[in-house]
Design a protein around this ligand. Structure first.
Ligand code: M6R
Length: 608
């Protein structure tokens, strides 16, 4: 939700800012802008719409300077127009500010500033901060002091960065909520809302804590904590490869990321499983048998695709670790009064580790005494900081807004968590229980071989306006995920349903215009799924089946069969989702949708 980049150093500033914005554009693409300091003046160029519009504008009026800021916006306050684009310059043209998050009390502050004679030209909460800081510049004497004073009056969750015409070659940044990562190079420093934006330039980074105020110069970083004390924050070395954040010959990040799944899955279980004994262990999460024995229930907290991973996780943890599991939307959990105590293990599942709703739910569980684990993809993100333990998914950077490899690696991570809880609770383990994991990357690769057939299928179905996805048991969440993928990138209405529920309502929808995607794998509910497909067929609906059976078994019923390899029931959802990801992708592409950056969405939803 909004991407922030900043740079002070010896390189050409604008190309670096644009490169960083290109990598951050998944966070919002309503407008983009840069500000550089040139000869002691602020030079700001902004454009409505995607980054390319800004690039075109800068090609027509090239600028550069000694240091600067860049921003890509996901609109919250005010429509996506140029006047609301960042950087936002204060009314006296002394500073420029980029911002991610929400200033909850911006209206009373705005009224006060207007009464004091400050003028506003945008509808944003951001401009309030620009004017507020500017109003304190003279009294405080420097930018850092003015920012420190202004932050004491701001409410909400936000991160921002500023440059000014003070003559100091500096960027001042503040974090209260959304992440800010600072990069350290040779006589240069960087700032971004996601480490992926910095990978080409440096791998040495520092994550700001909430309440931190930082000053970046070419000589390094100075950080003050919430009490104003100077602090050193731990430096981390990023392990992601910059190439992972490129399209690498694929037309879209989404397709590239779908294809990266075999490797990402391998990376997620690699080094954590002993295939000879069936034992599982993690670097940043452990429970001794006594602690594991004290857990009475598990709460899985997440949003969107990660919530669907949690729904699969419920099956895994209940069946393997024999613990009761609740799965909650982050946005719902925090506003009810969940029953939590020291016997609760809360697990926040989040690719980004930044999703505001998930974070609030995690905090709510922690405050009530739960033990807190994060299953997360992004090193140093807020979810990893508030949790006492972290199981990283090693998906690498996921740039496409639609989650694909993040989802399948979350499923692997939750499978490992379930096995670990089983082991630490003294239930029997053994090599047979993990054996199929070794086959999983190959099985996903095999599922990817259907790509050509699925592209063909998309040609046939891309003009449909509704889809139904049906699954049972552990594959019901895969039906939900298939439907979510289709609707978010192709804008086709799609619903996921437990197949057994179809006759309690959705069956009324079925006619020739409703393709129904059925997940019919494994033995447990295969016959039941056949029954559901018959019911669809009898009502003239198009039947699409994802199955691990020989297609001949379904030829009488299914119009289309997508074959996936067979694995154990617990791992089967991971291969089953692959054809659904490809179907959504090719339907979206065929409809001319922007699959990497679907309308109205952003990759990390850092506002409620
Ligand atoms: O970063 P998170 O996993 O916390 O994100 C949660 C959802 O916003 C995310 O999964 C969203 O639903 C995706 N766009 C789905 O593809």
């Amino acid at each position: 939700m909004c991407g922030i980049i900043g740079y002070v150093g010896h390189r050409k500033v604008v190309p670096l800012l644009l490169d960083g914005l290109r990598r951050l554009e998944y966070r919002g693409y309503d407008s983009a802008g840069v500000t550089v300091i040139r000869d002691g003046e602020l030079v700001t160029v902004r454009a409505e719409g995607k980054l390319d519009r800004l690039v075109e504008r800068l090609a027509g009026e090239p600028v550069d300077g000694s240091h600067g800021l860049g921003h890509t916006r996901w609109a919250t306050h005010g429509p996506p127009l140029e006047r609301n684009a960042h950087p936002m310059v204060d009314a006296r043209s002394r500073l420029a500010l980029i911002h991610n998050g929400i200033i909850e009390n911006f209206l009373p502050l705005k009224r006060r500033l207007i009464a004091e004679g400050w003028e506003f030209s945008s509808d944003t909460d951001t401009e309030v901060v620009a004017n507020l800081v500017s109003s304190y510049l003279d009294e405080e004497g420097d930018l850092r002091g003015a920012v420190a004073r202004a932050t004491r009056e701001l409410e909400g969750l936000f991160a921002f960065a500023l440059v000014s015409i003070s003559g100091e070659r500096e960027i001042v940044a503040y974090r209260q909520g959304p992440p800010l990562v600072l990069g350290i190079g040779e006589r240069e420093t960087f700032l971004a809302s996601d480490p992926a934006a910095l990978l080409t330039y440096t791998k040495d980074v520092v994550f700001l804590e909430n309440g931190d105020l930082a000053r970046l110069t070419e000589d390094g970083l100075e950080i003050q904590d919430a009490s104003g004390e100077a602090v050193e924050r731990e430096s981390h070395r990023l392990l992601w490869d910059p190439i992972q954040a490129e399209k690498g010959g694929y037309k879209h990040f989404m397709l590239k990321e779908i294809h990266e799944q075999p490797q990402a899955i391998q990376d997620t279980f690699g080094g954590r499983v002993d295939f000879e004994t069936g034992e599982v262990g993690f670097d940043y999460f452990s429970l001794d048998p006594e602690e594991a024995g004290a857990i009475r229930e598990v709460h899985l907290l997440a949003c969107g695709t990660s919530l669907h991973a949690g729904l699969v996780g419920k099956f895994l943890i209940e069946e393997l670790a024999r613990l009761p599991v609740q799965v909650d939307y982050g946005s719902e959990y925090r506003y009810r009064d969940p029953i939590v105590n020291e016997g609760t293990l809360a697990i926040g599942v989040s690719q980004s580790g930044e999703t505001a709703d998930t974070l609030s739910a995690m905090e709510a569980a922690k405050e009530r005494g739960a033990r807190l684990l994060a299953v997360c993809n992004v090193l140093g993100s807020q979810a990893t900081r508030i949790a006492e333990g972290v199981v990283y998914t090693h998906a690498g950077p996921e740039i496409g807004v639609a989650s694909t490899k993040a989802f399948t690696t979350q499923l692997v991570a939750l499978y490992l968590v379930a096995l670990y809880l089983r082991q630490q609770r003294g239930l029997p383990i053994g090599p047979e229980i993990v054996a199929d994991l070794a086959h999983l990357p190959g099985a996903v690769d095999e599922a990817l071989q259907q790509e050509g057939a699925i592209e063909e299928m998309a040609r046939k179905y891309h003009l449909e306006e509704d889809f139904l996805y049906l699954g049972r048991g552990i594959n019901y969440p895969i039906a939900l995920e298939g439907a979510l993928k289709l609707k978010e990138i192709s804008y086709i209405h799609a619903e996921g349903y437990p197949a057994g529920e179809m006759k309690h309502g959705p069956i009324a929808l079925i006619d020739q215009q409703l393709p129904v995607v059925n997940i019919a794998t494994g033995d447990k509910v295969f016959e039941k799924m056949l029954g559901n497909m018959q019911e669809v067929k009898a009502r003239d609906g198009a039947v699409i089946a994802v199955t691990d059976r020989d297609p001949s078994e379904l030829e009488e019923i299914a119009d289309e069969v997508l074959r996936v390899p067979r694995l154990s029931d617990h791992l089967q959802p991971i291969v089953n989702v692959v054809p659904l990801q490809l179907l959504a992708y090719f339907v979206g592409v065929r409809r001319g949708a922007d699959v990497d950056q679907p309308r109205n969405l952003a990759k990390s939803v850092t506002v409620e």
